[in-house]
Write a protein that binds this ligand. Structure first.
Ligand SMILES: CC(C)(COP(=O)(O)OP(=O)(O)OC[C@H]1O[C@@H](n2cnc3c(N)ncnc32)[C@H](O)[C@@H]1OP(=O)(O)O)[C@@H](O)C(=O)NCCC(=O)NCCS
Length: 184
């Protein structure tokens, strides 16, 4: 299957998944300076963004990390308002031995509870499988029920607790391209 040279924006009923832009820096800072959001991301002590300079630097870094389709780390924009709700990502896992790819999501608290994470992630999953990924993983903290709920709604299987990729235990979810296609 031919993989396109660049990722194209993804449109759903309510959302546009597109690159983070420098004019989103204040919103990026508003999201990433909230420990109630960042404490669920990755491992170790929560990262807390301090200022707009950091937001601009991160936007540059995310553009670099989104340069190899189908991998990306993009903004989720609400089409009706133009407001950025948060981020979705499809990236190679840290310490991946076989190029395993994870899907992830985080939203500003003002945008949670509306189905945006699941809607954006479903579009991203379709994009990843169309781009040739054989399977997609998700890793959550053991007590992250909202994120595990998103995984289940996407049809991912709960494979239990793993201590791989990230430091410490994670709840591991997986879906294969074949399983995804059978659902859609
Ligand atoms: C994880 C996270 C992204 C989940 O966000 P979310 O908004 O709860 O997820 P969803 O998109 O599935 O929406 C959830 C609820 O919206 C509600 N909802 C409201 N309007 C809706 C609509 N039009 N369509 C669908 N759902 C709707 C649903 O009831 C759904 O809950 P349910 O599945 O229990 O019925 C969010 O909690 C978050 O950002 N947490 C902090 C960061 C984080 O933990 N990231 C993940 C790290 S692994």
């Amino acid at each position: 299957m031919a993989v396109p040279l660049a990722n194209a924006p993804l449109t759903t009923d309510r959302l546009l998944v597109r690159p983070w832009r420098h004019d989103d820096a204040e919103r990026m800072l508003d999201i990433m300076s909230r420990v109630e959001v960042t404490k669920w991301l990755g491992d170790g002590a929560p990262y807390v963004m301090r200022d707009l300079d950091e937001a601009h630097a991160r936007i540059d870094r995310l553009a670099e990390r989104s340069a190899t389709p189908p991998l990306l780390y993009w903004a989720v924009e609400v089409r009706a308002t133009g407001q950025v709700a948060g981020s979705v990502l499809l990236l190679t896992l840290p310490n991946a031995e076989d190029g395993e790819v994870e899907i992830g999501w985080h939203l500003h608290p003002d945008s949670q509870g509306r189905g945006y994470a699941t809607e954006a992630a479903a579009a991203l999953m379709a994009h990843g499988f169309a781009g040739g990924l054989p399977e997609i993983h998700a890793l959550t903290h053991l007590d992250n029920a909202p994120s595990q709920n998103v995984c289940r709604k996407l049809g991912m299987h709960d494979l239990g607790v793993v201590e791989r990729w990230y430091d410490g235990p994670s709840q591991h979810f997986l879906i294969t391209a074949q399983e995804w296609r059978a659902r859609h």
